[in-house]
Design a protein. Structure first.
Length: 103
């Protein structure tokens, strides 16, 4: 959208703190969906959760919107847990020799 006045800054500088946080979080959510590698998604999900925590604590949002943000945060927290790399499975241990038998 073109600017109406040449002396006004671009829209990103005119956003309130809460609006900028929402915009940044939406951009991260979009990037998360488009990421090809799981290693790229985990840090984005962690930052999305952090942004939603900060937004939920923001004084300018309504109690109803705060509830929506809490639900989104819980959803993204669960997604983040699932996007973390799984630890390698432990190698099976050799069975101990039966008592009284030597190998």
């Amino acid at each position: 959208m073109p600017h109406e006045h040449a002396d006004t800054p671009p829209f990103e500088y005119q956003l309130s703190c809460a609006e900028a946080l929402i915009a940044g979080t939406l951009a991260l959510m979009t990037s998360h969906v488009q990421a090809q590698r799981a290693a790229d998604r985990a840090p984005m999900a962690r930052k999305i959760v952090a942004n939603l925590d900060e937004l939920a604590a923001h004084v300018c949002i309504s109690p109803q919107f705060r509830e929506v943000v809490h639900l989104l945060r819980d959803h993204w927290q669960a997604m983040h847990r699932h996007s973390l790399p799984k630890p390698p499975a432990p190698e099976p241990r050799a069975k101990p020799a039966a008592p009284g038998r030597l190998h």
